[in-house]
Design a protein around this ligand. Structure first.
Ligand SMILES: [Zn+2]
Length: 327
């Protein structure tokens, strides 16, 4: 992928569903896989007038586990904010998320670099937010006659993990996601088998030109494909002497391409303001009491020492929780 003279820069924003029993701000069960649409809903997650959110303590504990495992700093005070926009999957017309006071900042995740050694991908922040509902397009999104909406997913707790632009190829991005998935599974806070449990927005640029954001990539393989397509597209533009526009694009999974999204929302368009129905959170003192399990790097080292595994074997065995669990 790397060609002389081109330098690829990738940063990821990863949304992961936390595997709690109930939703982030109400008691609705999150286990709706075998149930019909709109059966796991209540006035809170439907955004009915007068309904008040109550924060799920377990979701904050899970997010804190992730923050500690990824070496982040949990802030003294964090806060929920409203992100205002209208879309049919967002019944309240705002999403409760975190904006200028996230749960945690900084941190890093170690991956195997393209050159073979270990490298640290630095993180900007981790914040907690609620998932919107899900739209089901009858036919396809462009030509379908109508869409259905299912609010069972509305209010499922998510964490968004934002990396710095430290990855240099689609392969490194895939390694980052695999390592992140393994870490979340080891921590017992994430179920990768659940549909849509991990979604990614990717920022990608060729050094010296504008950055493009590719939104809503919903599979691990999709990330590598979307990035590979995008790098080729950007390189072709530059080769022909054209410039890369700073824009948001959508990944069309079935066709393996990215397509310009005409909307150009900026952060200030969302009119974020502090969520008036929830108090600020002070949980920094919990960090010391969080006991982390053995994580992938530690298990890999142990497998090499205890069983004489090669580095590659140990990496494979610890890359997914179910492969190397037990002793
Ligand atoms: Zn509910």
């Amino acid at each position: 992928m790397t060609e002389t003279g081109t330098h690829v820069i990738v940063g990821l924003e990863v949304h992961c569903q936390l595997d709690t029993k109930s939703k982030l701000f109400c008691g609705c069960s999150t286990d709706y896989r075998n149930d019909g649409p709109n059966t796991h809903v209540c006035p809170v997650c439907l955004g009915l007038p007068g309904a008040m959110p109550v924060l799920n303590r377990r979701s904050i504990e899970y997010a804190m586990r992730v923050a500690k495992a990824l070496n982040c700093t949990v802030l003294h005070e964090s806060e929920f904010s409203r992100k205002n926009y209208f879309y049919p999957d967002l019944d309240k017309a705002y999403q409760i998320t975190q904006y200028d006071k996230p749960l945690a900042e900084g941190g890093y995740l170690g991956i195997e670099s393209d050159e073979g050694g270990e490298k640290r991908v630095r993180l900007t922040r981790i914040h907690v937010e609620e998932d919107p509902g899900r739209l089901v397009h009858m036919g396809n999104a462009e030509r379908g006659r109508y869409s259905l909406v299912d609010y069972n997913r509305a209010g499922i707790p998510l964490i968004e993990i934002v990396s710095k632009p430290d990855m240099r190829s689609p392969k490194e991005a895939r390694k980052f996601l695999n390592k992140l998935r393994a870490t979340l599974e080891y921590l017992g806070v994430f179920d990768s088998e659940k549909e849509g449990s991990l979604r990614v927005d990717a920022n990608i640029s060729i050094k010296g030109s504008e950055r493009v954001e590719v939104k809503n990539i919903s599979s691990y393989k999709g990330v590598e494909k979307a990035l590979t397509f995008e790098i080729t597209r950007q390189k072709n533009l530059l080769r022909r002497g054209r410039k890369v526009d700073r824009e948001t694009r959508h990944f069309i999974e079935a066709r393996g391409i990215t397509q310009s999204a005409r909307s150009k929302e900026q952060e200030h368009d969302y009119r974020y303001f502090p969520e008036p129905d929830l108090r600020p959170i002070h949980v920094q003192s919990w960090v010391a009491g969080i006991a982390l399990p053995e994580l992938p790097d530690a298990r890999r080292e142990r497998f090499m020492a205890q069983y004489g595994c090669s580095l590659n074997h140990a990496r494979t065995l610890t890359g997914e929780l179910r492969l190397g669990s037990g002793n």
